[in-house]
Write a protein that binds this ligand. Structure first.
Ligand code: SF4
Length: 224
């Protein structure tokens, strides 16, 4: 089966499981998602949602953040991992947004990824999540599931993006990203994939080559 046909089939089947796939970050506009995506590095979406709600109750625009001292913002996001570093990045990012884009979040990966604290993965998340434009959101769930299914052999976000973008038409990027992320959270889990509940077994390289069993064996051994 051609890879593109495999992707179409994966999308068709996963849409039945996840009819409305979306990011778990709860944002109201592109700027909020940009700030939250910076906060979300190595942090749970749940914690980011809680912190962001309190943060955005008072601070709504880039210029509100740009005038803050790092210590002040760091204190406001104190429950987030690496709060001081992230506070620094958010303030720098907001200053750059004001200087380069008049305070408006660009809807373009190349422009976004030039902002301080914004890598290509974050840029794709904002472009796909907030603007609904083609985006490959190569978070850890996407990378793991794409690898197991045999859609890529790359494991670094930027290389995964480059590889998949080289053969998959843009019209499938966002839908595939959101569906694989959902699947990674609910069924194709890192340590113990629930292959018995998965509708993709006949399309999955990992399952067909029995490598999935190794993940389960590892977990069983650890527990024992
Ligand atoms: S068959 Fe197992 S490893 Fe493959 S995608 Fe489904 S849950 Fe993941």
């Amino acid at each position: 089966m051609e890879r593109i046909d495999k992707v179409k089939e994966i999308i068709k089947r996963l849409k039945k499981l996840y009819p409305d796939p979306k990011l778990e970050l709860e944002f109201e506009n592109p700027f909020q998602l940009l700030v939250m995506a910076i906060l979300a590095a190595q942090e749970s979406d749940k914690k980011v949602n809680k912190t962001a709600k309190e943060l955005f109750a008072e601070l709504k625009e880039p210029h509100h953040f740009a005038v803050l001292e790092v210590d002040e913002l760091s204190e406001r996001i104190k429950h987030i991992r690496w709060n001081h570093h992230k506070a620094e990045l958010i303030i720098k990012c907001c200053k750059a947004l004001l200087e380069l884009h008049d305070g408006k979040v660009p809807d373009n990966v190349d422009k976004l990824s030039k902002l301080p604290g914004v890598g290509r993965k974050t840029a794709h998340m904002v472009v796909g999540g907030a603007f609904k434009k083609p985006a490959l959101i190569t978070d850890r769930h996407f990378i793991r599931v794409a690898n197991r299914l045999g859609l890529t052999k790359e494991t670094k976000p930027q290389k995964v993006e480059k590889d998949i973008a080289s053969w998959l038409p843009k019209e499938y990027w966002l839908e595939l990203s959101l569906l694989l992320i959902e699947h990674g959270k609910h069924i194709c889990k890192a340590r113990n994939p629930l292959c018995e509940k998965c509708p993709l077994t006949d399309l999955c390289e990992c399952y067909l080559t029995t490598h999935c069993k190794e993940f389960k064996t590892k977990k069983t051994k650890k527990v024992a």
